[in-house]
Design a protein around this ligand. Structure first.
Ligand SMILES: NC(=O)c1ccc[n+]([C@@H]2O[C@H](COP(=O)([O-])OP(=O)(O)OC[C@H]3O[C@@H](n4cnc5c(N)ncnc54)[C@H](O)[C@@H]3O)[C@@H](O)[C@H]2O)c1
Length: 276
């Protein structure tokens, strides 16, 4: 997509972190925004910020783990702007626990938001974007979509699924000579609120969370790492550039791809252990 001025972008998880960074970058490029998030207060504040800055934006409270709410998000977008050109499936959560102690509720909550959210988004928005004759779908995976480190099993599974979803979509669009493009964002450490994901978890699901010493230690270390991480506004600009330049892979920390190479080397060398 070459021109963004006046185009309509939908961003999920836009109330905080990377999603808010994308919304700011897209608005700065003249796009009209639909911000979606499960957290109403954060969503309202994000919409207000963009409007005060003179941008066109609406907010639609959405739980991306529910197909009916993603469909309602699409309807609200079409009712307001009559078009949609860009979708960013970005909302996400994380739970830290070793696989053996990851509860079914933790698996279901993570996969429902992190994997089914993007699947619902693609399924619902692809035909609407195709009807415009131009556009772009991006989903936020993670380096955890390319590497499976310890203590983050459910998240790793979901994010590997998101990479496969977007790679499959990109290939399908090319095979059909579609003008629509797709990309996947694989961030490294970004300074956001992801390690307090539980803030938006429904009580019945949260009751099934199994706390582990390994998970707590991992989350503590990750929080410290992320507090020194990249500014999410920078990530937003990277995604805008990828849309404009029609690039598939968006790696915020490309040097981390060496770890993916080490994994491939271990696979070819038939070794099971790689440090990630
Ligand atoms: N921060 C990092 O270092 C990092 C690294 C790799 C990938 N990611 C991914 O980036 C994406 C954005 O996360 P972030 O780091 O900005 O964290 P964040 O917590 O700051 O933002 C996530 C947003 O998603 C929203 N959300 C949560 N559940 C939702 C639901 N069911 N429906 C709709 N919205 C929901 C939250 O309210 C929040 O506004 C996630 O997919 C995450 O997995 C983050």
């Amino acid at each position: 997509m070459q021109i963004t001025e006046g185009k309509v972008a939908v961003v999920t998880g836009a109330g905080s972190g990377i999603g808010l960074g994308m919304a700011r970058a897209f608005a700065g490029a003249g796009m009209r925004l639909v911000l979606a998030d499960i957290e109403s207060g954060a969503l309202d504040a994000a919409v207000a910020e963009l409007r005060v800055a003179g941008h066109e934006a609406i907010g639609v409270r959405t739980d991306v783990s529910r197909l009916s709410e993603v469909e309602a998000l699409a309807s609200a977008t079409m009712d307001t702007y009559g078009a949609v050109h860009v979708l960013c499936n970005n909302a996400g959560v994380g739970v830290a626990a070793p696989i053996g102690q990851t509860s079914i509720e933790d698996w279901e909550w993570t996969l429902a938001i992190d994997l089914w959210g993007p699947i619902y988004g693609v399924k619902t928005f692809l035909p609407l974007i195709e009807a415009q004759g131009e556009g772009h779908l991006n989903s936020t995976a993670s380096m955890a979509g390319l590497l499976a480190g310890p203590t983050l099993g459910a998240y790793n599974v979901a994010k590997h699924g998101v990479v496969a979803l977007m790679a499959s979509l990109e290939r399908d669009l090319r095979v059909s000579r579609s003008p629509i493009r797709a990309s996947v964002l694989c961030p490294g450490p970004i300074n956001t609120k992801i390690t307090s994901s539980e803030r938006n978890r429904p009580a019945d699901s949260a009751a099934g969370h199994v706390q582990t010493a390994q998970g707590d230690k991992f989350w503590g270390n990750l929080s410290a790492l992320l507090s020194q991480g990249m500014d999410p506004d920078e990530v937003g600009t990277m995604v805008l550039d990828a849309i404009l330049q029609e690039r598939f892979w968006v790696l915020t920390h490309p040097k981390m791809a060496r770890l993916v190479q080490a994994q491939v080397d271990a696979m070819v060398g038939d070794q099971s252990l790689v440090r990630v």
